[in-house]
Design a protein around this ligand. Sequence first.
Ligand code: ADP
Ligand code: ZN
Length: 744
Amino acid sequence: MTAFPQYARVIIDRAIHRELDYLIPEGLRERVSIGSRLRVPFRDKSALGTVVQVLDETTAQGLRPIEAVVGEVPILSPALLELGQWMSTYYCCPIEIVIRSLLPQVVRKGEVGWKKQLFVQPAAAVAPDQLESLRRRAPRQAELLEVALKLSAPVLAAELLRKTSLDNQTLRALQKRGLIEVKEAAVTRDPHANEEFIQTATLELNPEQIAALKAVEDALHEPETARPILLHGVTGSGKTEIYLQGIRRALDQGKTAIVLVPEISLTPQTVERFKGRFAEDPDQVAVLHSHLSEGERHDEWHKINSGRARIVIGARSAVFAPLKNLGLIVVDEEHETTYKQEEAPRYHARDVAIVRAKLEKCVVLLGSATPSLESYYNASKGRYLLSQLPQRVDQCRMPLIRIVDLRLEGRKEKSMIILSEKLRAAIDSRLEKKEQTILFLNRRGFSTSLLCRNCGEARDCPNCSVALTFHRDLNRLSCHLCGHTAAVPKKCPDCGQDALIYSGFGTEKVESTVSAVFPHAVVRRMDADSMTRKESYRDVLRSFRSGKIDILVGTQMIAKGLHFPNVTLVGIINADLALHMPDFRAGERTFQLLTQVAGRAGRGETSGEVFVQTFTPFSPSIQFARHHDFAGYFQQELEFREKCDFPPSNHAVLMTVRSSHEQKAQFSAETLHRRLKENLGDEFVTGEATPAPLKKLQGQYRFHILLRGQAIVRLSRKVRETLDKLPFPDDVIVTVDVDPYQLL
Ligand code: ADP
Ligand code: ZN
């Protein structure tokens, strides 16, 4: 007789910072294992929880029994739970909160189930004379039965009735006679059910690609000892083909694969590329993204958990996809900051992928045209294997990058420059040749501030320490941080003078300027303001692709992953925006942005041209990007980072103390700083408590403490210890961000 465990150790979904033991009643024992979801009594209510351990004995007294098992199967594997424990320690975050992010809400809550529908099939034995006699007595029933008899498999009742134009009553009457069977069965809500995917052929690889694929194959043969692979390949070098063929090899070994892509590149074309290559069985590819309905998400997730799906493609949280027998995790565009979650647990999906791969003995492949300093550093130290694709597949030359020095232009023209003379001439020549242009500016709105010429005051957000942006489409001022909007005042509310002027510009103004300068061109704008409807994004891209739009103006929405063969010109309206952020990654972001945006130009027959407008033409990020020199850029940036103890050679931890009371926030931050300094000692750098660059956000005053050091796990533990011992007032909130990306 096999004994089933008697006790379960459970983490409930609330933040109580400890595990609880429960008794498993006799009848439920065989249904409980690690990862099972339970309903358990907690205080005088009940709560949902996850089993993290099953026990045959416990020293705890007076245990209460669990109330119920939720769902049919365990929803967390031991491997994923172990990953969760690691995240809890590394990211200094309670395990309950980590577990919450390991599972989609719809799965955790267990409230949405499978969609059930009625299916019809003929009863086992229907004699021919039965049909005959029915024809006389009930012709409509006979008609339905006749159709049903021809079925080789059960069909949806609704479908059958629609096709025969008969009603439910007829169906029920037939069922009563025992001539047909009507059964309920689960159907999947597949967001791609009505699409057809045409199988694409495996491409013949060029020599560099062969070498890159070989690295993946070698790793797949010895996953226990394989290092993560960093695939550094310029835009258009055929990285995706390596992912596709690598996944094929993993499937051939009977294994499964995850592909992570930034949410913004999870477009229908991306999904099609993967579903198409594995179209011999489209159901084996599951897609997880934020536009799924709750039902679709439930079904995709269970399709993965049950082993039906073998490839998962998704954004950040797909790194937790419950695939078993994982062979390969691909992280495309590994440098993308959207892999970092900006709420607890503040994890980075690339780093979690690397740890998951280590725990489950699988291979990780990171790909990018502009690897993050962190990953390239790891490769330079031999921790990752570096694999390179330096050429574009189509032999097309890299675009020519021209720098426009706005300081010189400024002397000629008094007003702010949106289009320099050079860029204007370049657009003109594209219009003549019927080629397309993309203009990029990473700032929405019409004017970025409304100033008073008399008293010098700007209209600031009442909740945040930033100026309000003027949106001409809405004719309102709006805060890009908290969403606050306000009417545009006629006179200065501070001094009462009629002296308000607009200054600074965003995409809305670029669009209107360009339309005015080129009245015959079709100009469209693509940013969060103009793309409020889901379809409009697709519509604009489609018209752009088909050549109906001459000039596309947009924010980072258009900077990534889009392929437009007829775009031969890209203009970067102001390259300095990212550069002047108070953030040690400002230079890296500028370099990445220029390189990525430049990658949009000249993917067809003609090579492209990029105009970069800047007031700081000699800044290294701009110069290295201009020469397509990643290695050179890396060297100089690394020197700068090392001089300041910044990542990648060190880890950073950013602590934020915030409160709606400025003094309380400041006082708490200073106290915290003193305690940290005592606890961390000399091994770590403990920065001062300083007002955050964004001093006020959504009505909260914010202070920062930046910690740095090599031994990140020890640092995280010490931070947790310090926090646990330090009581903060109720209205003061302290957050910990390990490996932060958001320093404002
Ligand atoms: P990346 O992901 O590096 O930007 P892609 O994988 O999108 O590049 O490749 C760019 C284009 O080149 C795609 O249209 C792809 O189908 C094509 N391509 C990739 N590898 C090959 C190859 N070996 N032979 C021919 N075409 C290829
Ligand atoms: Zn605001």
